[in-house]
Design a binder for this molecule. Structure first.
Ligand code: NAD
Ligand code: AKB
Length: 327
């Protein structure tokens, strides 16, 4: 029986849905409590707590009630949604993180996971093979909260010995769950249209290159970082992690290898400017040296697997994942 008791905050989002499932497989269903401001989309096996992360008191109560030892804090407003409401983004992303770090400090929790993002980078950041330590100067409210969040994480580690760990995720691509309002969402939406036999109008320009990662790699990276021995970690800022980098045009060409009739057109909107302020690829030598990070999926393997799984869902009306997890 695991001694770890895990709380996932923001469990109903794109990552939380898949990560909660992986954590329940590793730690056992009773040892993983999920929570979100939204109700669960499916009938969940295990504990679920309705929680607005801005309610610090309720967070303390949940941590005490379930004897929580680790928190995966995923609740946030992402880049595109964030630009629609910068004030709420600051509030949820910063005060939410602050509440999590405070409960970790006061209740002496073992470990905290806080995802950062490529949104920490800005127009002055070197675009290719971006170093771990470089000019940041993010240009979205979301990116600003992630940069400050990384500093706060390092501060709580140094000042209070709170073991916070973080990854700068690229855009994540998943078949199990939909994205929640980011600039990289096109790379998921495009697959749903392609598999439905419909054309896709992309909100980014054809040649906009961004770092991306397939969800299985992102989940594995997260668990590998969280399970790494503390003395192997040289920092508690967000680690750069590299997997693949492509443009909408290159992704569409890869999809066409499987669905030759697929059509794409381009109609860039406000998200183009956000994408242009980010980088194309990252140098992730710290992640590779400190905790052995190595990606498994490239563009071709990810595309094949996405289409295979989305077709399975389309044909059956459900996925193996849903059946295993939620029935
Ligand atoms: P998402 O938008 O899909 O999910 C976020 C979840 O947080 C939602 O279920 C939402 O209901 C919940 N939430 C929002 N406000 C809340 C509040 N006040 N209290 C409690 N819950 C609240 O996002 P995601 O893609 O799953 O991202 C999770 C984390 O990973 C975020 O911190 C995000 O910045 C980070 N990240 C994601 C990506 C990506 O491509 N998905 C890339 C980089 C970083
Ligand atoms: C977004 O586009 O906002 C996210 C991210 C890269 O942080 N997917």
């Amino acid at each position: 029986m695991s001694a770890d008791k895990i709380l996932v905050i923001g469990s109903e989002g794109q990552i939380g849905t898949v990560l909660s499932h992986a954590l329940r497989e590793s730690y056992g269903i009773p040892n993983v409590v999920t929570s979100d401001i939204s109700s669960p989309r499916n009938s969940v096996i295990g504990h679920f707590e309705k929680l607005n992360i801005l309610d610090g008191q309720k967070l303390f109560e949940i941590v005490k009630k379930h004897k929580i030892t680790q928190i995966y804090h995923l609740a946030a407003l992402l880049s595109a949604k964030g630009e629609q409401n910068p004030r709420q983004t600051w509030d949820v992303n910063m005060n939410g993180l602050f509440n999590v770090l405070e409960v970790a400090r006061q209740e002496k929790l073992d470990k905290i996971y806080f995802p950062s993002s490529i949104a920490v980078f800005g127009g002055q950041t070197p675009k290719k093979a971006t170093p771990q330590f470089t000019v940041l100067q993010p240009e979205t409210m979301y990116g600003i909260t992630k940069e400050v969040g990384e500093h706060l994480a390092q501060y709580y580690y140094k000042k209070f010995n709170v073991d916070v760990r973080s990854i700068r995720y690229p855009g994540l691509i998943s078949y199990q769950s939909l994205p929640g309002g980011g600039t990289t969402d096109y790379a998921v939406d495009i697959f749903h249209k392609a598999v439905a036999g419909e054309p896709y109008e992309c909100f980014l320009d054809s040649d906009t290159h961004l770092p991306m990662m397939y969800m299985p790699d992102a989940i594995r990276a997260t668990l590998e970082l969280m399970n790494a021995p503390a003395d192997k970690l040289s920092m508690h800022y967000g680690y750069n992690v590299r997997s693949m980098s492509f443009s909408p045009e290159e992704l569409a060409a890869e999809i066409k290898k499987h669905i030759p009739d697929f059509q794409i057109s381009y109609n860039p909107d406000f998200r183009q400017k956000i994408a242009e302020s980010w980088v194309e690829s990252m140098n992730d030598s710290y992640a590779r040296n400190d905790w052995g990070w190595k990606e498994e999926f490239d563009l071709a393997a990810m595309t094949k697997d996405m289409i295979h799984n989305l077709l399975k869902i389309k044909n059956k009306g459900t996925s193996e994942y849903d059946e295993k997890m939620f029935l």
